[in-house]
Design a protein around this ligand. Sequence first.
Ligand SMILES: [Zn+2]
Length: 424
Amino acid sequence: MNDEARMKTSSSQTKDRPSKNPDAPIAIVHGTALIGRQLVSDAVILVRNGKIEAAEAAKEAAIPREARRIDATDCFVAPGFIDIHIHGSGGCRAEDDAAGMARHVIRSGTTWFLPTFISNEFGRMLAAIDRVRACVGRVKGGAVIGGIHLEGPFLNPKYGAQRPETNVEPELQLARQLIECCGDCLRLVTIAPERCGALDAIRAFRAAEATVSIGHSDATESEYLAGRAAGITHATHLFNAMPPRSWPTIQTYAGVKTAGIEELILADDGISADILSDATAAHVHPSLLKAALKCKGAAKLSLITDAMVSAGLPCGEHKMADGQSVFTTPNEDVARLTSGGLCGSVMTMSGALRNFLKHTGAPLEVALTMTSEAPARAVNVFERKGSLASGKDADLVLLDRDLNVRSVMIAGRIEFNPQGSDFG
Ligand SMILES: [Zn+2]
């Protein structure tokens, strides 16, 4: 018996006597669904052949007689979470076990993600790309591996937790090697545009149809604008690893506030951003979370996990791909280096969603847009992912009223359903 069939049927199913045909359409009924950017109560999501056929209020919906029904009473139905920045999860690292990550992140509602590489010795990065390429796409019992995010090696070594010596100048020949090695799997590249040769590398990544993101950078205004002109359209973990302009001293203060990268990004309507919202607001202060949302809007501000290998494991010491140790402690969901410095998180996407709601008081529909539409737009997959709309892939998460993940559907199949037959 498959998962859908195990689900408790609604009373209307009995009444309508649906077909036992496993290829029959699925109707998710009675839930509160994110449709567009609004929550619609008593919605019907009709799924057929792995795609969403319709998503609308029940009074407008025509449910085919043969449809199998999933009763989502007291649940939210949202597009599956999309995580464009995740280094590891459940003991698996992006560089050596992306498929293991896929099977772990689905448990917290992620349906599509980009295994994210840190800067490392160049040959090791190429070997790791080969390993991920071999498993890009559907993973049985797991989330979809959407491609690769290279968070390096062309970063400014002064900022972030990565080993400084692994951050190299973005020579065009190195960029081309990475592009060639990734093939069509390269989705996102984080780069510091102030580095020598960065503009040609940005143009090459854009030509390869990757999204290029500014990050781990202290670009000046002119360097920022040159990076934008070359093809940067996104910003990586806004407010982290991008220092604010230094304050003038009392002697040099001329009464004018200068703009740093953060302000340039906030004021620039042409660039989207992603942001970290951990439980203790260790990465980003709640006021800055709110300011970012006001400036960018929900569809241009993605929630990310930036999760490390230790996400979902007991507190303790774990190793990153570059050999550095990361530590986790109780009472926070961030990872730290030996020095105590921040080094990503051990969050899940559902955790990031909860944290953001807690810190900002934003409406749920806003935060759910930030876990689906915004990241899908940032990496140019919104045509087929990131919202409940006709023709899109049927990647869905069902959350209970407390936002616990109840069930996850990928391409029309229930791939995670911990409550089993009790669901419904
Ligand atoms: Zn990262």
